[in-house]
Structure formats: structure tokens, C-alpha cells
Ligand binder design. Sequence first.
Ligand code: PEP
Ligand code: MG
Length: 967
Amino acid sequence: MAKKTKKTKTHTTIKATKKTGTVKAARAVKALKAARKPATPVRRPASKPARQSVAKAAAKSAPASVKKYVYAFAGGKAEGDRTMKDILGGKGSGLAEMTNAGLPVPPGFTISTAACNLWYAEGRKLPQRIEDEMMAHVHKLEQAAGATFGSTDNPLLVSVRSGAKFSMPGMMDTILNLGLNDAAVEGLKARTKNGRFAYDSYRRFIQMFGNVVLEIPKDRFEHEFEAVKHAHGARVDTDLGEGGMQETVERYKKLVRHETGKAFPQDPVQQLKMSRDAVFRSWNNQRAIAYRRIYEIPDNIGTAVNVQKMVFGNTGERSATGVGFTRNPATGAKEFFGEFLVNAQGEDVVAGIRTPRPISELADVMPKAYKQLRAFTSRLERHYKDIQDFEFTIENEQLFMLQTRSGKRTGYAAVVIATDFVAEKLLKPVEALLLVEPGALSQLLSPMFDPAEWKKVPVATRGLPASPGAASGQVVFTADQAVAWTDQGKTVLLVRKETAPDDIHGMEVAQGVLTATGGMTSHAAVVGRQMGRPSVVGAGALQIDEKAKTFTVAGQTVKEGDYVSFDGLSGEVKIGKVPTSPSEILQVLAGKLKPEASPIYQRFHTLLGWADKVRTLGIRANADQPDQSELAYAFGARGIGLCRTEHMFFGEGRIEKVQRMILADNEQDRRAALAELLPLQRADFYGVFKAMHGEPVTIRTIDPPLHEFLPKREDLMVEVAKLEATGADPAALASTRTLLRRVEQLHEFNPMLGHRGVRLGITYPEITEMQARAIFEAACQLAKEGFKVTPEVMIPLVGHVKELRDQKIIVNRVAAEVMKQAGVKIKYLVGTMIEVPRGALTADEIAAEAEFFSFGTNDLTQMTFGFSRDDIGKFLGIYQERKILDRDPFQSIDTVGVGQLVAMAVEKGRKTRPGIKLGVCGEHGGDPSSIHFFHKVGLNYVSASPYRVPVARLAAAHAALSVKVGD
Ligand code: PEP
Ligand code: MG
């Protein structure tokens, strides 16, 4: 007989969502905001409250009624504050808050997100009154800065930067040095007495403006620049003097005229309007859209635009620019962390073009500015009660703060920081919980290299350890290739000189990201950490040839498809495949490591302990085997929400017995086959009950259509043909033919809507009987041994109360028989899954029989949308692209449609049976945003796969906290 090797895939194992560690900014920030009252600003000007309330009201109302669109920050006073992220964006609200706190922030103004939305609504232009409002702010800024647009004496130069509510690093556009023109450049030269600097700034501006605003490809500018360098015999930019820069400017202006048919705009106001519009436009560029999709950021919130007086980190050796974190964002360690470059502009640090210096060295280079920076940033951390990610510029030894925001961090760091903040009495445990995005906990459970195996392979090179985790896979050199190979089932490592925002889709699927240039705050590092993707950056020894698809290191050449491994915590890179081993936390849970020996386990345990105190939802696990159940219990599940009994049928030596049962053409033979399965199922149930220490265990009777246990029709046909051709084994031929006949009998056009679930139990009652017997015999045996057991027998796919009644009679009869025989009494429940729309619609009738409901949201989603859960991938991408669906409804519950059925069934069920137990066991039970919804509709518990249990515990606490504060 042909063996069935493929596991049932269709309705038993929807793939666990691969969201490991992705920091979903939207939800995390929402939860944080919801849970925390606005803290007192460090310093609040006297007139603040009135302005704040007007602004807040504006932020909350619809765009049409928003009166104010531009908010100033200058001279220690800002019109906005930290509570106004919706309207000012993250950057704008941070600049306002820092200004109010008296920190040295160059003056400027923020054009609101509402203006961006209006710009789109009005056909890509702003109403005149907003243009006027902006111009009034330009004049105010000129006063505050003591400089004038276009002045030959003291020209005002500004930066124009995007800033949405949720940070989207590198996704949108920025323009620096705006305000320069043929006259102002001379003004800048006169004021700084540095002609090279002035013309270099002008050159940079034309290039940035030309590329971002006028959409002239970058390489056209590069080409011109190279030509000038060549003519002057200059090897690098810094070899060019003022004359060279002047020449470059002339060439750039010619290029602009050639490409656009117009002269480079000389009017700073026109430059500003064009740049502002380009930033608005960049909200909808391809990479920003892709980023929003991954992080579930809404498309309709728009970006703010920040216009701010330029300060220069590139005026010479007494100037610098840098970025940093108040703590280590990879490990969470309490250490000042960051990088800087002397004589550079901000973009140089993040672009990964020059390798920056560690921030500790700033203490030697510019001790006064360093001391100030440390003081300001730790003040900001205490003020925001969160790790801060900041940007600064030092112009001629004078420090300016350019940005502060909550720092993105790895899951590992999130747990360390949250527990440290409580130990440092900066936060209470409930507040600290909100610093950890639930999905990020998965990172702590992901594999590490087996230390013994890791040691065997020599280190090829070392890079910066940007995001922890073990990564091993086949090398690819482009993001597209990463996606293509992953689709073919390969595990890949993305290797790039440096990553760009366009690489995001490749980074998402790769096991890890390895780059040759860039620092700890380069794109690959920031995004890698945020995604929870192991990353090693700046591995300078890698000689990458992206065209030839090879790299060389330590005398070896690695081709596309070769295996490479790296450790994102140490930065070590090795050539070859290295096996990985479970995380430290898993090792503690498995008893292989003592809890005392693992500080991260202790923090993880503490944090989840706080979560358990806050949450009201119970947490169970979907598990079918004793070992899975033990793991789930160790992870904190208190009950099994779904034991899919059919999974047990695939165990060693079982499938043949199942097939015999299916092939039986009369009840007697079927019963004989079932009798052989009985002890096996009983033993499994015994193990699962025991692993759960008396907590409830919901066991579902058989669900999938029977053909899933038999070989494929096409395979059998081939086998019959082969056996016929050889004629060597008549017995095998006969049995294969019998099997093929039965497979053909069982063939269904729509098996997911066919002979499955309760329908099987009704047509073959002896299957339900055997399963009920196995459940109660195991339970009675344990009870006799002195263990507590709480069985819950669940009937799947019920759409009509009479279906459930039919099966309940069998279960109750068998339970009574077994208990009588064993001489013990056990409390148990009989209930149903609500996974067919009719089941939800008639939940009041069904509750008359059901003692519990468990929402099977996988099937309920399938049947409510009419989407096949196995085939949605064919069109989901297009649906998301066209914004028909925001997210995969099989991953995150569709609250409007499917959720409505759940809410209705909850209400109807409770009306009939007030004490009815309500849970969910679809994949959504492990999805944080769905958990939020289940909390709101009042379920008693969620059930998730064992590895998602910690995520579910924390998400349930977040849900409880945000609902409590009126979310
Ligand atoms: C469901 O449909 O949500 C469910 C849990 O059952 P299964 O995935 O086994 O169909
Ligand atoms: Mg189902």
C-alpha cells in the first residue's frame, strides 16, 4: 500500500504567521499612548495649557474643521508638544517637546499631517490660506533665526524633512541646505569665510533637490561630479577646492536645465514649496507603501513636513554630526550608544558611506559638547520614560538637538530595558509592559547556533553586531532574489554592500542580512533590529561583486547559493552551514539550563508575571501531543484550547490503521479498525491531560475529510499503472486498485465544504464513540491515579443545533459507561466550535446544547469571506496592493465582518446560557491585534500555538490595559 507521507495541510495546519519580532510600530505606540497619561513636560511655558487644548482638539477633529496647519517651534516655545504625534508626526512632536524643555533646537515649523491629507484631497495643491499660513511662519522663522531667505549677507538655510506619526526610517524624502541660490551662496561664503564649504553646500542642495524634487536620476549628478574630479585630478570629494565645487555647481545647473527645460529655481520660497510638495508626494512612493504594509501603518494618515533652520556639522574639524541611543538598542544594556562623524552632514552617518566613530570618542574630541549631549539625552529618557533615539549636530563646538524619539530595539533589548526601567524606578511594572511589543517576544525564542558546531567553523570575518540571532542560509545578492528563492522553499541570507529602503521585501524574507559598509545605525542595522532579523553590518573585509554575484573574504570566494552563517550578537561571519540550537529561554524551559544561569530568562519570566497580573483573558494552547503540551504549559498556557485528534493519526504506525478504518465497507470492519486505534489515542490523551496539571483540555473529535488520510489519487493511478506494467506483484496490484477505488469514492469537489467535521461523526458514529471512549478512559485512569483532569469534548463544524445534539448524546452515553466501569466521576463539558456562519447566526439555539463555544476563526474566515484558506495567496497580494484588504484576514481577524459574527455569537450564546465558556482556537488566538478584539468582545480565553503563548500573554495584558484607559 502506498504510504501517505504528506501531512494534512488544508485545514489543520495554517502556517504559523511569520511575524517573528517584527516591531509593529502602530500597535505598540497606540498601546503606549493609550496607557500613559501625558507626562508633565520638563518645562512648560505659562501660556501652554490653552494652546495645547486647542491644538489637541484640532488634532482630533476631521481635516475640514482643522483651522491650524502650521506649528512653530522657536526660542524655547513650541505650539505643539509630545501628545500631538497625530498632527505633527513623531519628529515634529519631538522637536516641539524638546524646544519646550529648553533644549538647544534650531528654530522651525511643522506643516501638519492634516495639510498633507488636504494636499492629496485637493488634487495635489494646498488652499491659498494654508500657503499664507506657511508664509507667515517663514517670516517668523526668519526673525527667530536672524537670517533671511536669499540674503547675500546672512542667508537663511533650512532643512525640509518628512515625519509621519510612526517612524518610517529612510522611506520618505529629505532636502538639506534649502535657500541657497546664486546670491545666497555668496552670503554663506562671506559669513563663514569658507568658500569651499559654501559651494559644496550649494552643490549638495542642487543634487538633492534635483533628485528628490525634480526627479533627475542620481547617477546623472554623479557623472558630472566625477568629470570635475577627474579634470582636477581629485581622488575623493575632499580633494576638490572651492573652484572645483563652483564648477560642479555650474555643471549641475546646466544638467537641471537640460533635464527639465527650466533653470534651477532661484527663489527660496519656490524651492520650499516644491520641496514640501515632494515630501508629501514621497508619502506614496513605492518603498513607503511597502513599509506601511509590513508594519500595518494606515495609508491615510499622511506625513508632516518639518522646516528647520540648518545647522552645519560640516564646517570643519570643530563640527560634527551624529546619532545615538540612550541605551544599547541591540542588547538593552545601559550604555550610551551611538556614532558620529567629524565634519559631516547628518545624512553621511546613516547612509553608510563613511564608517562613523563610536560616540564615546566624542568625549575626547569635543568634551564640552559630549557632556552636554549626555545630560540632555538622559534627561530626555527620564522625561519620555523610554529609550531615546536622537540626532545631533555640533556646529563650531555648539551642540544642537535635531531629533528625539522612542528608539527601535530588538525583542531582547525590549525585555531588558523594560525590566531595568522598573528596577530603576522609572516605571511601574504595568507601564513597563507597554514598552515591549508582544510579537517581539518571539525573537527571544528563536534559535541560536549550537556552540560546539559554531566553534568548528573558522571565523571568516567580523562585522558590527547590529541585530542578534543566528542566521544561516544560502547567499543571495538582491532583495528580489531573496524573495524568489524563499518562494522556492530555500533559506537565504541577503548579502549587500549596504541596504537601501528598496531592499525591505528581501530583508523581510531573509534569515539574516549581512552588509559590507555602514554602522550600527545604518539602514540595515535599524531595519534589521526592527524586524527582529539577525543582522551584521559593516563587515568591511567582504569584497562584494554584486554583478558577478560573488564575494571574497579571507581568501575564499563565495558564490550565490553557497551557505554562509553569522551571529548577530557577536558579529562573527563564517562560511558554511552551521546548525542552530534552541534559544536560552527554551533551554531553561526544557530543564537543560538552570534559570539562575540565564539572566534573560529571569527577565522574561518577570515581565510575563506582570502581564499575568494584568490580563483578564485566559491563555490556552493549541497542542496535540504530550511534549507540545508540556512546552505550552511551561510557556504559561493554562489549558489546551484545541487538541486536533487527527494529528495523532499521523504518528508512527498509525496511518495504516486509520486507512484500514476508512477502507472498511461495513460497520463491523470499521469498529475492528477503530478498536486498534483506541489504545493509541487513549495513551496520547493521557499524556496531554497529565501535561496540563488539571487545567481544562479541549479535545476535538475528528475534523478533516477522510481522503486526507489516504494517498493522492494521481499517485495511486501511477502506481497501478506501474504494477500492471511489471505484472510482478498481483497482490499489491489488487490492494492498490482497492485503495484507488475508495479514494475515488471519497473524492469531493469541495472537500472543505464537504464530508468533514460533525458530518463525519454523524455518518460514522462509531468514530465519535471510539474517540469519546479514549478520552474518558484516559481521564478515568488519571483520576484513579490521583490526578485532576478537566476534559472538554468539542464537536467541529456545527451549523445546526441538531448536529450537536446528535453527537452530544453519543459522548454523554460513552462517558457514563466508562465512568461507571471505572468507578470514578469526572466533571466534563461538551461544546462546539463556532466556525460555520450558520453556527454563529444560531448561537442562541446551539448554546442550549453547548456548554462552551470555541471560535474556529480559520474556517469562520474562510466561510464568511468565501476565501479558500489554502489558496488566498494567489490574490491576496493584489488585494493588498489595491487596498481592498489591508491585511491577511487569516492572520489578523477581520473585525468588521468575521468579528461581527463572533460578537453576535458571544451575545446570543450568553443570552441562552449565561455561564457559557467562550474561547477562540483559530490562528488569530496568537495574533496581538486579534487578541485585542477578543478581549473587547468578552471572550474568556484565547488559544495559541505553544510558541505564541508568551506573545498572547503579553498581548492580553496590553489589551486589558488599553481598554482600561478608555481606548
Ligand atoms: C478553525 O477553523 O479555526 C480551527 C481552529 O480549526 P482547523 O484549523 O483545524 O480547521
Ligand atoms: Mg476549523
